[in-house]
Design a protein around this ligand. Structure first.
Ligand SMILES: N[C@@H](CCC(=O)N[C@@H](CS)C(=O)NCC(=O)O)C(=O)O
Length: 204
């Protein structure tokens, strides 16, 4: 595909899938370039020439400019989709969740998923702080979702896209979602809104 948007990502990574889901939602034309993060493919000279940070997701825009960081890529792709609230307060609330996701949710839940599910590590090999940190994040979401159907009020926003990515597969990291009924109902709602199938073992 000449001069198409290129999305470099791993189908095993929620951070990468976020960008794919928003591109699909927006109806964007793009080429998905699969990168195996567990084999060192993000650290090759060729990949570092694309993204010097050595991480996926990475987007190369049709004019050649690079954009990294899942939430920044989502924001770019979501222009005009309605996934970013027009109201200034609601937009800031969406950002509140996006920043929180990267600091308080992903570092616990995604890390346990990667270590347990993909690398097969045992509980003994994992940082014991990750389990309570992940549960605290799920409890924080449950509290909000008892009050509103989406994380920011009544509409699907990028906050939901970012947070559903690892929450829907949290059981792979040893997080039982049974204690979070509002989170479970929200996962179904967001999957429906994005047109996603339930995870089948290939995505995290
Ligand atoms: N904060 C970044 C995190 C990106 C990240 O951790 N990417 C992982 C995959 S989920 C990666 O590229 N790992 C391979 C590596 O660090 O070499 C984002 O949201 O995009």
């Amino acid at each position: 595909m000449a001069n198409a948007l290129k999305l470099y990502g791993s189908s095993n990574s929620g951070n990468c899938l976020k960008t794919k889901w928003v591109a699909d939602y927006a109806g964007a034309a793009y080429e998905w370039v699969e990168i195996d993060t567990f084999s060192g493919a993000t650290r090759t000279a060729d990949f570092l020439a694309i993204n010097p940070a050595g991480q996926v997701p990475a987007a190369v825009l049709p004019d050649g400019r690079l954009l990294a960081q899942s939430n920044a890529i989502m924001l770019h792709l979501a222009e005009g989709t309605g996934l970013v609230p027009g109201d200034a307060y609601e937009r800031a609330k969406m950002f509140e969740w996006l920043f929180w996701e990267q600091y308080s949710h992903e570092p616990a839940i995604a890390v346990r998923i990667a270590r347990k599910f993909f690398l097969g590590q045992s509980e003994d090999e994992l940082d014991p702080a990750l389990l309570p940190k992940g549960h605290a994040a799920l409890a924080r979401m449950e509290l909000q979702l008892k009050q509103t159907p989406y994380l920011v009020g009544d509409s699907l926003t990028l906050a939901d896209v970012a947070l559903v990515a690892y929450t829907r597969v949290a059981p792979r990291g040893g997080f039982d979602l049974a204690g979070y009924p509002f989170v479970k109902a929200w996962i179904s709602r967001v999957e429906k809104g994005l047109g996603l199938k339930s995870p089948d073992g290939s995505a995290s």
